[in-house]
Design a protein around this ligand. Structure first.
Ligand code: GDP
Length: 217
């Protein structure tokens, strides 16, 4: 096992807990350990992926009702709260509210944009945003708007294809290539795209190591 894989195993072998959900930036805990955030359209598979990465089925709530309260949900390893452990990297996972459901009124979209943009701009400990994209569809218009927002906020981000078990593998490759081309010229985007499935655990180790690299940077 490489050193990075061993550290990732230590970070994600711990028990992760829900810290809090916030709707206003004032309610964020003071900036502490490095954070990474997950963003994506509603139903992209974000909760399932957070649960797969942390190895805890019920941590993030799956199948959220679109349009419910828009919150940033924070998760931490249990030991972070009890005692600092010098040998194991510290991290906070932030689950951003899903976006892009068809019936969203403009006021909701504006509220989402405000909360997310303020968070992206105002959080010095945020190391990387993992932007989730359904491997059946690739980037859609609303995703492209979010990419612009991330570039504008100058936050480093990496794309993650989800549900890769669903389409034929040739179609996953095609969407991967298309997506790669679409992000190639974007200033804040990582060139490497991670292909995942929470159902088969494809790419979960790769994603864990990417999170580790981000919080260790
Ligand atoms: P969220 O709204 O982005 O948090 O998405 P969820 O994690 O709640 O997933 C939405 C739906 O997609 C649920 O029915 C999940 O069971 C399903 N789903 C999530 N991830 C995968 C996956 O990797 N493969 C398959 N086949 N289905 C998935």
């Amino acid at each position: 096992m490489t050193a990075a894989a061993a550290q990732a195993a230590a970070l994600f072998g711990r028990s992760w807990i829900f810290l809090r959900g916030i709707t206003r930036l004032e309610d964020l805990p003071p900036a502490g350990p490095p954070e990474i955030a997950f963003a994506g359209r509603s139903n992209v598979g974000k909760s399932s992926l957070i649960n797969a990465v942390t190895g805890q089925k019920g941590l993030a709530r799956t199948s959220n009702t679109p349009g419910r309260t828009q919150e940033l949900n924070l998760f931490i390893p249990e030991e972070n709260q009890r005692r600092g452990d010098a040998d194991i990297p510290q991290a906070v996972i932030v689950d951003m509210p899903g976006y892009g459901y068809a019936a969203a009124p403009k006021a909701k979209v504006d509220q989402w944009t405000r909360l997310v943009f303020e968070y992206l701009r105002g959080r010095p400990t945020l190391k990387r945003v993992f932007l989730l994209v359904d491997s059946r569809h690739g980037l859609r218009d609303r995703d492209l708007e979010v990419l612009k927002l991330l570039d504008r906020a100058a936050v480093s981000y990496q794309l993650v294809l989800t549900k890769a078990d669903k389409p034929k593998s040739a179609d996953v490759v095609r969407v991967l290539e298309e997506t790669r081309t679409q992000v190639a010229k974007r200033p804040a985007a990582f060139p490497e795209i991670i292909v995942t499935s929470s159902s088969t655990n494809t790419g979960i180790e790769v994603l864990r190591e990417a999170i580790l690299a981000a919080v260790s940077s």
